[in-house]
Write a protein that binds this ligand. Structure first.
Ligand SMILES: Cc1cc2nc3c(=O)[nH]c(=O)nc-3n(C[C@H](O)[C@H](O)[C@H](O)COP(=O)(O)OP(=O)(O)OC[C@H]3O[C@@H](n4cnc5c(N)ncnc54)[C@H](O)[C@@H]3O)c2cc1C
Ligand code: FES
Length: 288
């Protein structure tokens, strides 16, 4: 059992958890992930390490609700516990010793790039972060990203904060501004990572993206997270999750991620029904 020491609701569907997990906090590296279970019979969900504090023995993760398990996780409060938290998993991000690295984050990816930016801060590397959200209220962890990156660029679709437009437009602007860019790391929705890859390819800049295929064991044995990179089968849980964006078969990944869509929708429906019934029962119990 892993106690939740602190939570912070970042948006209506995104929550930060600081969890007591001393061994993971000690061994974890930027770019790695953990696999959580909310309860003993639950699904295992992979989440990226947002931050680590080896002294305090804590691991910070940020979970965005998309289906039944992520909703169940985000219903947990301070003092409650995750049933298990396995990790650190995956290969750490390769942190450049010098040059200019641009980290691009969207959705939960804005949190996921934090550990990489903090890792780069310890090097002689100049780092920029580009973070995108639909609107100002959905920008997450701006304070921590500003501390970690040498330059932070917020982008919103409606222009309510920072640059008005997509992260890829800001990235193109940065690349063509004359300031050299040596590497790009993008984490977020698949559509964003694909668009980042298409933006950087004509400029020939090394681009890594963090893939999020379906995962089960996270140890390279079940094969669920199989992806094709440069024509070869790779397992994202042990060979990744970061891969060279120009070499990924994104079409296959999108197809494979839809494999259990019917089951995922049914699980969400069951969760929402049960949640409604619990709320009705609680309301009935307080009625005079
Ligand atoms: C290495 C790795 C790191 C991750 N890091 C984070 C993180 O830091 N924070 C976070 O919130 N999430 C992260 N994810 C994604 C997270 O694991 C999934 O959102 C979660 O497993 C969904 O479980 P669920 O039961 O809530 O939804 P499900 O019922 O499994 O899915 C509901 C719907 O969400 C969409 N969806 C679910 N999973 C994915 C996916 N992997 N890719 C694209 N669409 C998907 C699909 O439309 C699906 O139908 C990561 C995934 C991987 C593989
Ligand atoms: S999750 Fe099973 S092999 Fe990667």
């Amino acid at each position: 059992m892993f106690e939740i020491l602190h939570t912070r609701q970042l948006t209506p569907v995104t929550k930060l958890f600081e969890v007591a997990a001393p061994l993971v906090a000690k061994a974890g590296r930027p770019g790695q992930f953990v696999i959580l279970r909310v309860h003993g019979h639950g699904e295992r969900i992979p989440v990226t390490i947002t931050d680590l504090d080896p002294q305090a023995g804590t691991v910070t993760v940020v979970i965005q609700e998309v289906g039944a398990t992520s909703k169940m996780a985000n219903a947990l409060a301070e003092g409650e516990r995750f049933h298990d938290l396995a990790g650190p998993l995956g290969e750490p991000a390769p942190l450049r010793e010098k040059g200019h690295v641009v980290c691009v984050g969207g959705g939960f990816g804005a949190a996921a790039i934090l550990s990489i930016l903090k890792g780069l801060k310890a090097k002689a590397t100049h780092s920029s972060a580009i973070v995108g959200a639909r609107t100002a209220e959905l920008v997450i962890l701006e304070d921590r990203l500003r501390d970690a990156a040498d330059a932070l660029h917020i982008c919103t679709d409606d222009g309510s904060a920072g640059f008005k437009g997509l992260v890829t437009a800001k990235l193109e602007e940065l690349i063509t501004s004359g300031e050299p860019v040596d590497e790009i790391v993008a984490i977020g929705p698949m559509v964003m990572m694909r668009a980042v890859a298409a933006t950087t390819a004509p400029h020939g800049i090394a681009t890594l993206v963090s893939l999020d295929p379906i995962m089960i064991d996270g140890t390279g044995m079940c094969g669920a997270c199989r992806v094709t990179v440069d024509g070869r089968t790779q397992f994202a849980c042990i060979d990744g999750p970061l891969f060279d964006a120009t070499k990924i078969d994104f079409d296959e990944l999108v197809r494979r991620n839809k494999t259990y869509r019917d089951e995922e929708e049914a699980a969400l429906h069951r969760y929402e029904q049960a949640h409604c019934r619990a709320e009705e029962a609680a309301a009935a119990a307080t009625r005079p």
